[in-house]
Design a protein around this ligand. Structure first.
Ligand code: MCN
Length: 775
């Protein structure tokens, strides 16, 4: 409705402020008397902590404290708690050792926090941190996922390094189908470890108010209310109302700005001890050692087909690297989502998947854009391309023959998921046209004439988004009739202010300029689960719709009184209550004003107009889409150029085509980065982090991305009144296999059969040389 309603390409209301440098990120918050903190981190992958001598550090002028794991133990700080219950292969409970904030007897990865140094100035803090003498006794380490089982134990209490195993599907039926199949394609796929690389490195500012006996944490987190809950219930063991968490503008989160970082508790703890605010701001060079990482798994996959190329079964065994600590469910979420979408958009009579989470001397892994879905899509979509090549079939036709038809919706997959709606065949048909796949042979010839190899990939993606957890919205009118919107979700760059104002405009007709938007403050917003898993639009948006319904319901009673009509004769549309069949009407603004004037109200009606909505969906939504990518490879250098990229996506009702495009674009860029260049690399021998900064960790830049063609094929879901499905991760979910498959397609002509990401020039060049040698 109107220029700001659902479906309109509204430019983002928040951008002016952000582009003018008027945002308020954590590092923009500075308080009187604030001290600065630096964390001394382990330089070893695994070592016994023999002693920490802070005497020289404490002597540096301005140093206020040097705190260690022993102080944490003395003060009785708790640890994060798990709610997921899983088992080890022998049936014993899973081994999930939480991080204690500062290492107490051992360090277990390069970057493990060892001591907290606090001083008057950042310079003094850094000088002092250099003088903290830590005596380490290095121990053998293991960082590689494939070698974790049987590698040096990360924890003596868990000699095999297996934290837990988790399986879904029908093991026996899958085994039987594999045994009886005409063809079985077997491959191993490696998904590398990456870092989210947000524009704003993490930060935390802790405050203790002795008068109110209360903490305030300013931090760039994705779920302020849950951070508050965890800090109160698990770490400090105090009532939740004694902590306030404020997250202002957040410069990217991507899943790994989670809730359990040691720095949050450390700055609060230090602030209480010292009686002054304590601020920690991660330096860019510390980000890779300090933050949670993502992905990092190895999958052995088997696809069984009948003589006609119909899929009979899928079996996948995955080793997932969860790092050295499993502090909360977050560290296992990617292994959970991964498992459920491995069958993709295809009809499989049987499937069985088993994920073994292994501990290594690395940073913990956590959800990162897609959180398991890009990994799952990578495995199934690479496997289908490899099957097509091995069997001499067209990869597109092999896919088409096995797609779940729209007529079979809702569809229960072999892994127990309920896809409510979607038209996968149309996604693919639209994408083939949009990408001019028919014209590919001619483009391949043109590339060949220039000495280049051209490859094409068509992949289908699906993800579970907006899982059934509640979300909250409140609309509060002022006596003058303007409104404030409070949301429990937390924007990190997705454009929430714009999206939610559009939804509010659609339902209540409010002019976005008349609405103030507030989020990310546990004192102002009553409740929230926050933003992850592409849930904000679907669940937060529906909570807002629900609150709007309540505004209309109460407003109808007030309007009836103002218009001297019966409630039943009042209708609401375009921001106006009117009497059916007449031109008598009042605006919502007038009704809101009247709500605060008791004399204007019907007898017995409570004054005021502030309504809340809390929504929990019945099940996940299933955004899906088709990605087509084309690459050119220079066989002399191994350099890969992304020549074209097309996406047709179904995120249900599109709230804002412009911000949606931005989301898909950004998501694809993150997938392209991982497919072509990004990787956190450890030295196998020493466990040292070899790609700890941008000197060694390659990031994609604008000039490697082509213009992307992005179109929608919306199939609105009936699971929420908006008809919306999640969208924030969709681009990444398809991009990993789309890019890698295209590179493999280009190289196939030279006889290259195997290639793992990232497809760096060196790796591609080596694959070409090996294939040449083999011939
Ligand atoms: N949208 C739409 N129509 C829909 C669904 C979404 O127009 N049917 C648009 C809206 O503009 C909405 C945006 O897409 O604001 C994202 O919506 P949604 O799918 O609800 O995702 P969330 O807002 O819950 O964001 C989470 C998602 C995740 S899980 C990661 S990771 C991620 C992502 O969003 N991190 C991001 N996108 C990011 N974008 C930025 N800039 N920064 C991050 O950290």
């Amino acid at each position: 409705m109107g220029q700001f309603g659902i479906g309109q390409a509204v430019t983002r209301f928040e951008d002016g402020r952000l582009l003018r440098g008027q945002g308020r990120f954590v590092n923009d918050v500075n308080l009187a008397g604030q001290a600065h903190a630096v964390i001394v981190r382990s330089m070893h992958a695994h070592a016994r902590l023999l002693s920490i001598d802070a005497s020289e550090a404490r002597a540096v002028p301005g140093v206020l404290a040097v705190l260690t794991g022993a102080d944490i133990a003395r003060d009785g700080l708790g640890t994060m708690q798990m709610t997921l219950k899983r088992k080890r292969p022998d049936g014993s409970p899973m081994f999930a050792p939480p991080h204690r904030g500062l290492a107490q007897d051992r360090v277990r990865y390069v970057g493990d926090p060892v001591a907290l140094v606090v001083a008057e100035t950042l310079a003094a803090t850094e000088d002092a941190a250099d003088l903290v003498r830590v005596d380490y006794d290095p121990l053998p380490s293991v960082t590689s996922t494939a070698d974790a089982i049987g590698g040096a134990p990360v924890w003596d209490e868990c000699p095999d390094n297996v934290s837990n195993v988790f399986e879904v599907g029908d093991r026996a039926a899958t085994e039987a189908a594999l045994a009886g199949a005409h063809h079985v394609i077997r491959r191993r796929y490696v998904i590398t470890r990456v870092h989210a690389q947000y524009m704003e490195p993490r930060g935390a500012l802790g405050v203790w108010d002795p008068g109110e006996e209360r903490f305030t944490l300013h931090a760039d987190v994705q779920y302020p209310h849950r951070v508050r809950n965890a800090l109160a219930s698990n770490i400090f063991k105090i009532p939740e109302h004694q902590i306030r968490v404020i997250a202002g503008d957040v410069g990217g989160g991507f899943g790994t700005k989670g809730w359990q970082y040691p720095e949050h508790r450390l700055v609060l703890w230090a602030a209480r001890k010292l009686g002054r605010p304590v601020k920690w701001q991660c330096e860019r060079r510390d980000a890779i050692p300090a933050d949670e990482h993502a992905r990092d798994n190895v999958s052995d996959a088997e696809l069984a087909l009948d003589r006609e190329g119909r899929f009979l079964a899928l079996r996948v065994r995955t080793l997932a690297n969860v790092g050295a600590y499993v502090s909360s469910d977050r560290n296992l979420l990617a292994t959970f989502s991964n498992i459920h979408t491995l069958v993709g958009v295809y009809a499989f009579p049987a499937a069985h998947v088993e994920v073994t989470s292994v501990l290594t001397n690395t940073n913990s892994t956590a959800p990162y854009r897609g959180a398991g879905r890009p990994e799952a899509t990578y495995v199934i979509e690479r496997l289908i391309d490899d099957a097509a090549r091995e069997l001499g079939l067209s990869p597109v036709e092999l896919r088409r023959a096995n797609l779940i038809p729209a007529s079979k919706m809702p569809y229960r997959t072999a892994l127990g998921m309920n896809y409510d709606c979607g038209d996968f065949a149309k996604n693919m048909d639209d994408a083939l046209k949009l990408a001019d796949v028919a014209g590919f042979p001619a483009r391949r010839e043109a590339s060949r004439a220039r000495g280049l190899l051209r490859g094409l990939a068509v992949v289908n993606a699906i993800e579970r988004a907006a899982s059934p957890q509640p979300e909250f919205a409140e609309i509060r009118f002022s006596p003058s009739g303007s409104a404030t919107l409070f949301m429990g979700t937390k924007n990190q760059g997705q454009g929430h202010e714009t999206t939610f104002k559009q939804i509010l405009h659609e339902r209540l007709g409010l002019d976005p300029a008349d609405v103030r938007y507030i989020e990310g403050d546990t004192d102002r917003v009553a409740f929230g689960m926050g933003t992850m898993g592409s849930r904000s639009t679907v669940i937060g948006g529906t909570a807002l719709w629900t609150a709007s319904d309540k505004v209309i319901a109460k407003g109808t009673k007030i309007a009836a009184r103002l218009l001297e009509a019966a409630d039943a004769d009042i209708t609401f549309a375009d921001g106006r209550f009117s009497v059916v069949g007449t031109d008598r009407a009042v605006t919502l603004r007038e009704v809101a004003r009247a709500a605060f004037q008791p004399g204007q109200l019907p007898a017995g009606l409570e004054p005021g107009l502030y309504e809340t909505g809390t929504f929990v969906p019945k099940q996940d939504t299933w955004p899906n889409g088709c990605h087509v990518s084309e690459v050119e490879v220079d066989p002399e250098t191994g350099a890969v150029t992304l020549a074209a990229y097309t996406v047709v996506d179904d995120v249900g009702t599109v709230i804002n085509p412009l911000t949606l495009k931005g989301q898909i674009h950004g998501g694809v860029a993150q997938g392209v980065g991982q497919a072509l260049m990004e990787q956190v690399v450890y030295d196998a021998e020493s466990g040292q982090l070899l790609s700890a900064s941008f000197m060694d960790y390659a990031m994609p830049r604008a000039d490697i991305l082509p213009d992307m063609h992005i179109e929608s094929n919306p199939v609105p879901t009936k699971l929420n009144p908006l008809g919306a499905k999640g969208a924030g991760e969709a681009g990444t979910v398809g991009a990993l296999p789309a890019v890698t498959n295209a590179v493999v397609d280009a190289l196939a002509r030279l006889g290259v059969r195997r290639l793992d990401m990232p497809a760096t020039p060196e790796r591609v060049w080596r694959a070409i040389q090996e294939a040449k040698a083999a011939r």
